[in-house]
Design a protein. Structure first.
Length: 312
C-alpha cells in the first residue's frame, strides 16, 4: 500500500462550535481552507483535540463530509473513526471511506481497557472491513490503554492496510521501537508537540499537531527546516512553541487550545460542556504567550526559506 502522501504537518483540528454549542459547519470549511492556505500537508479531524467524544454520530459524519469536500484532494484527510467498541468503529470507518477520506485514524477503545490480544482483534476487524489505510492511534494519557510495539507488529502482519501509528504516549523509546520492530516500513506520527521534533529526527514522517491549530505556518517552517537539513533552525522553532505547550495545562482539555486559537485569529468557538472557558486572568496570561509566539512567527516567516528547505 502506497503511503507516501502521508507526511509533514497535520493539524489535529479542533471542531468548531457555535456559542450555543452546535456544530459550526461554515467555520469547519473556513478553518480547513485556512490551514491549507498555511501550507499544511494534511488535515486530521474528529480526533481527541477535535472532541470526537462529544460529537453524536450525525455530527461526526457531517464533520468528515465537510472536511473531505473542502479539501477536494488537495491534502490528505485523516479521519478519526475510533469508538469505544469494534462495531461502532467499523461503522464509522466504512462511512468515512464512502465519503472519500484518505486514512482512518483509529484511537484505542476507551473506558474499557482491552488487553493486547483484544486490541489486535479490534484493529484487524476494522482493517478487514475497509480498504482504507488504517493508522492506530495510541493515546494512553486519555484512554488508559497503551499499544505495545509488538501489538503493532501483529496488526501489520495480519492486515496489509494497517500502516502505522500516531503515538501520543510521550514515550520516545516506545515511539522508536514502533519503527524498529515493524515488519515493513511503517508510518509514525507524533501526537505530542513536546517530542514531535525528536520523533521526526528518529524517523517519524510527521506530526498530527495540536499547536498547528494555532500557528500552522510556524509548524510548517519547523518541518521544512528539518527536512532541509537546518537542524538548528528546527530546534529553535520547536523551542519557540515551548510556552504554548506548557500552557495546555492551564485549563481542562481541550479549552486552552481553543482559546489560543481565538486569540490567534482562528476562532473555533467554545469547548463543549461541561468544559468551561478560562478565567479572565488565565486568558490574559495565555494572550501574552500567544502574542509572544505570534511576534516570533512574524520574524521567522519574514525570512525566506532556503531553496533546499522550500522544496522539502
Amino acid at each position: 500500500m502506497n503511503t507516501s502522501q502521508f507526511h509533514g504537518v497535520v493539524p489535529a483540528m479542533a471542531t468548531p462550535f457555535t456559542a450555543d454549542q452546535r456544530l459550526d459547519e461554515a467555520r469547519v470549511a473556513e478553518l480547513v481552507e485556512g490551514y491549507i492556505g498555511a501550507g499544511v500537508h494534511g488535515i486530521s479531524i474528529a480526533g481527541s483535540q477535535g472532541e470526537f467524544f462529544a460529537l453524536d454520530e450525525a455530527e461526526h459524519l457531517k464533520l468528515i463530509e465537510i472536511t473531505t469536500r473542502v479539501c477536494a484532494g488537495r491534502v490528505p484527510v485523516y479521519a478519526g473513526t475510533g469508538a469505544g467498541n469494534t462495531r461502532q468503529a467499523i461503522r464509522l470507518t466504512q462511512a468515512a471511506q464512502a465519503m472519500g477520506v484518505d486514512l482512518a485514524l483509529v484511537i484505542t477503545p476507551y473506558f474499557v481497557q482491552p488487553s493486547q490480544d483484544e486490541l489486535v482483534a479490534h484493529y484487524t476487524a476494522i482493517a478487514r472491513a475497509t480498504s482504507l489505510p488504517v493508522m492506530l492511534y495510541n493515546n494512553p494519557p486519555r484512554t488508559s490503554v497503551n499499544v505495545l510495539p509488538r501489538t503493532l507488529v501483529r496488526c501489520m502482519q495480519a492486515c496489509e492496510n494497517i500502516v502505522g501509528v500516531k503515538d501520543s504516549a510521550g514515550d520516545l523509546t516506545q515511539s522508536i521501537e514502533y519503527l524498529l520492530e515493524a515488519p515493513r516500513p511503517a508510518l509514525l506520527f507524533s501526537g505530542r508537540d513536546t517530542i514531535a521534533l525528536a520523533m521526526m529526527v528518529h524517523g517519524a514522517q510527521g506530526t498530527v499537531s495540536p499547536a498547528a491549530n494555532v500557528f500552522p505556518e510556524l509548524m510548517v517552517r519547523l518541518y521544512t527546516a528539518l527536512r532541509g537539513g537546518q537542524m538548528d533552525e528546527a530546534l529553535r522553532i520547536s523551542n519557540v512553541f515551548a510556552p504554548l505547550r506548557a500552557a495546555w495545562a492551564w485549563g481542562s482539555f481541550p479549552v486552552v487550545i481553543k482559546e489560543a486559537m481565538a486569540l490567534a485569529g482562528r476562532n473555533a468557538g467554545p469547548a463543549r460542556a461541561p468544559i468551561a472557558g478560562l478565567s479572565p486572568q488565565v486568558r490574559r496570561d495565555l494572550q501574552q504567550v500567544v502574542e509572544r509566539i505570534a511576534a516570533e512567527a512574524r520574524r521567522t516567516l519574514s525570512s525566506p526559506a532556503t531553496a533546499e528547505t522550500a522544496l522539502a
